[in-house]
Design a protein around this ligand. Structure first.
Ligand SMILES: *Cc1c(COP(=O)(O)O)cnc(C)c1O
Length: 450
């Protein structure tokens, strides 16, 4: 019989977990999960945890969803995986067709990869390669925003700007142009999100004007910089950026890996600015949180720049072994079916209102500098000094204390530094939301006074 303890001790002997100082687990044990259902995770002793962060932002409709489970069981008996160079299959074709019909106009080609970072690598390589194929090989650089995050592989890390993940590896990374961002946490008192985002766009415009000739693309997370402490900005920034990218002949790469599939209120965040990027990266919610899969959608113009006789050597010779995995594509189709069959986006508007209500009182807390929300993401910024916004020293790990407190109360909240956020599966109830809010409040009390 497996127990919590037997599994965690075997884990400690052989495993190395992501984004973790493993020594922390000497004092703070890892959580063993036996099974999950809906928004609940359960360990081997029947202890339950409310998944308030959608299992690292991937889960949309809860764990063990009956329709996704049924689709996968059916697919398993038909085709699990086949080489995707020279071969194709129904789930991949269906999923590509449906993604292209749902994403902004102008995107007409789908390239599959198997995780978010890989999709970012694909988009960066495709953009560079497009300019090379079209006679502009001097375009070799990328513009990225301050505080952005695009994944952990070396190319994706290079175009990100979260120091904690990036600084160690800086000798290995390509140089990028990093532009001060539109993060509205820094707007002046009384200044609107739109005004601040517009004002900050001037810095992007200057960089584009100065460097367009050597730049392939601007890569951006539309509306919310999720890993960058859930910082948010106004859609106007995306509209201005689309226009400027056209003006200066630079691609726009929209990394919707975290914000796609309804998270910001619209199916894709770009819709809120009515923009269509040259490349859109999707992953995370793409399979409802079931299986690793990613997609890069692009335009016919980009596609045509690679389409030629073989001996011209213009092809995009990039691959991953599990590209277009059939099971993962089928999970993606089952996820899109749920969006099609139920009024998810309408229901999510109501859920966003409930989240706003649940989070409203936090702004009165003496250690909360800001409560911000975009769609189904609410973030609470903990600070040492509310008036000056002086942060808690990072060494004090106040956010971690909230995490530990919440786990003890049966809620999975995994803060980013000192930012506590709620990013639940779309099937969470009002009662469950109020449990999360109560536990978060008490956890903050415990963390700031301890
Ligand atoms: C998670 C994330 C990635 C990386 O995806 P992985 O599947 O973890 O490699 C890239 N961009 C954004 C915006 C993300 O949130």
């Amino acid at each position: 019989m497996m127990t919590n303890h037997s599994l965690t001790s075997r884990d400690r002997a052989v495993l190395w977990h992501p984004c973790t100082q493993m020594k922390d687990h000497e004092t703070f044990p890892i959580i063993p999960i036996k099974k999950a259902q809906g928004v609940w995770l359960e360990d081997f002793e029947g202890r339950r945890y409310l998944d308030a962060i959608s299992s690292w932002w991937v889960n949309l409709f809860g764990h063990a969803h009956p329709a996704i489970n049924a689709a996968l069981k059916d697919q398993l008996d038909t085709l699990e995986q086949v080489i995707f160079a020279g071969f194709t299959h129904e789930p991949a074709v269906n999923l590509a067709e449906r993604l292209l019909s749902l994403t902004p106009a102008g995107l007409s080609r789908c390239f599959f990869a198997d995780n978010g970072s890989a999709a970012v690598e694909v988009a960066l390589k495709m953009s560079f390669h497009y300019w090379k194929n079209t006679g502009q090989p001097q375009k070799t650089r990328f513009i990225t925003l301050e505080n952005s995050y695009h994944g952990e592989t070396l190319g994706a890390l290079a175009v990100g700007d979260v120091a904690l993940y990036k600084d160690t590896y800086s000798p290995l990374l390509m140089e990028v142009l990093t532009v001060p961002g539109p993060d509205c946490y820094f707007r002046e008192p009384g200044e609107s999100w739109a005004d601040y985002s517009t004002r900050r766009f001037a810095l992007m415009e200057q960089t584009l004007e100065a460097h367009a000739n050597s730049v392939c693309a601007v890569i951006i997370e539309p509306l919310v910089q999720c890993a960058g402490y859930m910082r948010m900005y106004d859609p106007v920034y995306l509209s201005l950026l689309r226009a400027a990218c056209d003006k200066y002949q630079v691609h726009l790469i929209a990394d919707e890996i975290a914000v796609g599939f309804g998270r910001t209120g619209t199916l894709f965040a770009c819709e809120q600015a009515a923009v269509s990027p040259d490349f859109m990266c999707l992953s995370k919610g793409l399979t409802g949180g079931y299986l690793p899969l990613s997609a890069v959608l692009t335009t016919d113009k980009v596609y045509q720049a690679f389409y030629d006789d073989y001996h011209k050597l213009t092809a995009f010779l990039h691959s991953h072994s599990y590209t277009g995995n059939a099971l993962a594509c089928r999970a993606g189709l089952a996820t899109l079916d749920i969006f099609q069959q139920q009024p998810i986006l309408e229901n999510n508007q109501q859920l966003a209102r409930l989240m706003a209500i649940a989070a409203a009182r936090f702004i009165e807390h003496p250690h909360v500098a800001e409560v911000r929300q975009t769609g189904l993401i609410v973030a609470i910024e903990l600070v040492k000094n509310k008036r000056s916004r002086e942060p808690f020293p990072w060494q004090e790990r106040r956010g971690l204390k909230v995490y530990q407190y919440a786990l003890a109360k049966g809620v999975l909240l995994r803060p980013l530094g000192n930012v506590i956020y709620f990013m639940p599966p779309y099937v969470i109830t009002a009662e469950e939301l109020s449990v999360i809010a109560t536990v978060a409040w008490d956890g903050i009390e415990w963390a700031v006074n301890g």
